[in-house]
Unconditional design. Structure first.
Length: 168
């Protein structure tokens, strides 16, 4: 299974526990190919995407500065294997929090372990955070940590995720 498959399996469990309001909206951070757009439609969540490349029906912007998005718009900020590309993680998390509605959720999947992601994966993977670092960043920015854990696949060498769920 791919990192997206593993992430969406974790999201499915999360979605079963959280009651999103009718008409809930998600912003998919780093959604370059819109691969998850249809999945959110199945969940009944209105999808919007933002990516540094922009594109057809995707907002163009960096996660560290999404000034084209108003405050308190989204019920969910979703990031699947995008955060490790971020040059300014604190700025990005502040933006995630700013665009979330009160009590909105952050659902973030980042790669684990670091060796594969930094040495063998995309050259623009510039950081690989561990559980403690992610927890500290969320606390620093003012997110309430709901859950954080490592999701191992069968191989345990790659396509593993740190799943982070925070709340504004």
């Amino acid at each position: 299974m791919s990192h997206r498959d593993w992430t969406m399996a974790a999201f499915n469990e999360f979605f079963k526990k959280v009651k999103f309001p009718q008409g809930a909206k998600v912003i998919d951070i780093g959604c370059r190919d819109q691969a998850l757009k249809g999945v959110f439609k199945v969940y009944g969540i209105g999808w919007e995407g933002v990516d540094k490349e922009g594109g057809d029906s995707i907002l163009k912007g960096h996660m560290e500065n999404m000034n084209m998005i108003s405050d308190n718009i989204y019920d969910l900020v979703f990031s699947c294997h995008s955060f490790e590309h971020c040059e300014k993680p604190i700025s990005a998390l502040k933006e995630f929090k700013r665009i979330l509605k009160p009590n909105g959720y952050l659902f973030m999947s980042t790669p684990f372990p670091c060796e594969h992601q930094i040495l063998r994966a995309d050259k623009d993977h510039i950081m690989c955070l561990n559980l403690m670092q992610i927890e500290r960043l969320l606390d620093y920015v003012g997110f309430k940590l709901v859950k954080i854990y490592v999701q191992f696949n069968d191989d345990r060498e790659q396509n593993n995720n740190i799943i982070t769920i925070g709340r504004k």
